[in-house]
Design a binder for this molecule. Structure first.
Ligand SMILES: NC(=O)c1ccc[n+]([C@@H]2O[C@H](COP(=O)([O-])OP(=O)(O)OC[C@H]3O[C@@H](n4cnc5c(N)ncnc54)[C@H](OP(=O)(O)O)[C@@H]3O)[C@@H](O)[C@H]2O)c1
Length: 316
């Protein structure tokens, strides 16, 4: 079995979950860690048995032992670190949102092509078996034609989680959590013909509470709530002409899923999950690398850019 050596940049909160995900993938090996804090890198490397510590992010991407880099820093630096990876010919899985502007998306895409390097946004939900299950359920006609999607993601963010509120760190609910409901709606219904939005921003212009409606010429509609101010159910309900699918709290993580017929009959369609869920995006990266792909078919660059495009429209 081909082994892939991973390097992690930015060993913060999410990087810990990711490193647990790596453990669940036999073809993955955590090789090295880079942090602006030597102490943070040392503790992280000890916890997950990574053999190499680097004094800088650049040193990590220069190491020929590293096959693929996971970028887990705050939103503001994703673009420049993904670019650093591309310029050093390193495959890159970069946390969401991959970029903060459309110009950044275009530059990264050009670099990925120029250097023929793999690049993917770490939108882990896309790779969970739950998404395959709802796709199959819909394709099999179990709920008929989709008429309405209601999906939310919200919590009362503590002021200590400063990065969520700071514009210089790429803060904002749409960037951080809105990307998940947007993904589900664009994945299932595609681009809307009309948008309505109620966006509440801080005095610094960072969005903290959002109610969004997408309308389609087909008659379908989607409602998304995304908030740092409200504890929301964090569920997704996909209503069709013949029934509905309910993805229970937290819908964007491995979750319980039920399909209901209009008669009320309920079928449990929860898939089997393994690992902590982050293993699925890692497996997708390995599959793409093995096949010599620059991007994933499940989450092509164009889809990441589309997410970025809608976030930009909503933030206007
Ligand atoms: N996929 C998911 O489920 C999920 C969940 C939560 C977050 N995320 C994403 O993961 C990323 C990191 O989130 P997190 O909650 O893990 O963040 P975090 O723990 O606050 O920080 C992660 C790393 O970012 C760097 N960093 C932190 N604060 C910084 C600052 N003020 N200025 C410059 N760099 C700073 C540090 O890198 P060094 O160690 O090198 O200093 C830190 O280790 C975000 O992009 C977020 O959108 C994804």
């Amino acid at each position: 079995m081909k082994q892939y050596n991973w390097g992690i940049i930015g060993p913060g909160k999410i990087a810990h979950k990711f490193a647990e995900g790596l453990r669940a993938v036999p073809s993955a090996h955590l090789c090295g860690v880079a942090s602006t804090s030597r102490e943070r890198a040392r503790e992280f490397a000890a916890a997950y048995h990574a053999e190499t510590l680097y004094d800088s992010y650049e040193e990590l991407v220069r190491d020929p032992a590293i096959d693929v880099v996971y970028v887990a820093t705050t939103n503001n630096s994703h673009f420049e670190l993904a670019r650093l990876c591309m310029e050093h010919g390193k495959a890159c899985l970069c946390e969401k949102p991959l970029c903060l502007t459309l110009a950044q998306y275009d530059e990264l895409h050009a670099l990925s092509q120029k250097y023929n390097v793999f690049l993917m946004e770490a939108l882990w939900t896309r790779f969970l078996p739950s998404i395959q299950v709802i796709d199959d359920c819909i394709q099999q006609g179990k709920i008929g034609k989709i008429q309405n999607i209601m999906v939310d993601f919200g919590f009362e963010a503590s002021p200590e989680t400063l990065r969520l509120f700071l514009p210089e760190l790429g803060g904002g609910a749409l960037f951080d959590i809105g990307i998940y409901p947007l993904f589900l709606v664009l994945h299932l219904l595609g681009e809307p013909q009309k948008i309505e939005k109620q966006i509440q921003k801080t005095s610094q212009g960072v969005d903290i509470d959002n109610e969004i409606q997408f309308y389609y010429n087909s008659g379908a509609a989607a409602t998304m709530a995304v908030s740092f101010m409200r504890k929301l159910p964090c569920t997704a309900i996909i209503q069709g002409s013949e029934g509905r699918i309910e993805m229970r709290r937290m819908w964007h993580c491995p979750c319980e899923i039920y399909a209901y017929e209009n008669s009320g009959a309920r079928e449990t369609i929860t898939p089997e999950y393994c690992g902590n869920g982050y293993n699925y995006e890692i497996e997708e990266v390995h599959k793409c690398l093995l096949e010599g792909r620059r991007e994933s078919e499940k989450l092509p660059f164009s889809f990441s850019r589309l997410l970025g495009q809608y976030i930009a429209v909503l933030k206007e």
